[in-house]
Design a binder for this molecule. Structure first.
Ligand code: MF3
Ligand code: CO
Length: 249
């Protein structure tokens, strides 16, 4: 269903606020020397302790609660014994569900002192997300979102990943249609009050091409990639971010 019922919106909002609260608790304590699997366990424990389910587990047989993608990894990184080091940029992408309502968000963290280019990429990818969100209002189309993101990325000399995109969400993780981060002919679904979707632009330092081997997705040139994701609701005259985060670093 493209338009959610008021009852469902309340549940999805609750799921989104819970998820953002978990990010606000965990992001500030992530440090150099932690392994990604340790951080995955923190998210997994926190999700279960609020009575929610880590929805990524079992989604197309994905093994863990979180996707943690480091440096040239674009998305779907499986947590392992990798030790975070000074200068890394690390995307934490997490989905939970509670009472039949799903929420999905991601945040790219700069670990210690990062290079100027890494810093710029992370900041621009965050800006791209907010430029996309600015376009969310009844009467605009999905293309307004994609065009704003593409423009922001291009103006800063970066590229937009094409194979992986945002999505509608709520009753499951991925619902149709896709939410592209670039202009595409015919991508002109008109936004209406009550729609809920995730915008998640993956922005590359180099070219947009990626290499996918099972869950492992990396930039083809091994340059950096960064992504931020929010879940948004189309309201009467704009939008509401359903995954509101206080953390901003
Ligand atoms: N935000 C990610 C996406 O929409 C969540 C991935 S869930 C996983 O693709 F299970 F595939 F890991
Ligand atoms: Co998503």
């Amino acid at each position: 269903m493209l338009i959610k019922t008021p009852e469902k919106i309340i549940k999805i909002r609750k799921a989104g606020h819970l998820l953002a609260g978990i990010f606000d608790k965990i992001l500030p304590i992530i440090k150099i020397g932690m392994t990604t699997v340790e951080i995955d366990k923190m998210f997994d424990d926190e999700i279960r302790s609020v009575g929610a389910n880590p929805s990524c587990i079992g989604f197309f047989e994905y093994p863990t609660a979180t996707c943690i993608s480091v440096n040239d990894q674009v998305t779907h990184g499986i947590p392992d014994n990798y030790v975070l080091k000074n200068g890394d940029i690390v995307d934490f992408d997490v989905v939970l569900d509670i009472d039949g309502a799903f929420a999905d968000m991601s945040y790219t963290l700069k670990i210690g002192e990062v290079s100027d280019i890494a810093n710029k990429l992370v900041e621009v990818s965050k800006e791209c997300l907010y430029k996309g969100i600015e376009q969310v209002k009844p009467g605009n189309t999905l293309n307004h979102i994609g065009m704003a993101i593409e423009k922001c990325s291009k103006n800063n000399g970066f590229s937009v990943v094409r194979e992986y995109v945002g999505h509608f969400i709520g009753d499951s993780i991925h619902e149709e249609p896709e939410v592209l981060n670039y202009y595409a002919k015919g991508n002109d679904l008109v936004l209406k009050e009550g729609m809920i979707f995730c915008i998640e632009p993956m922005i590359n330092e180099g070219n947009w091409r990626v290499i996918t081997k099972d869950w492992d997705v990396r930039t083809s040139d091994h340059k950096l990639s960064s992504r931020f994701e929010h879940m948004v609701l189309v309201t009467k005259d704009g939008c509401e971010i359903l995954t509101p985060l206080k953390f901003n670093k």
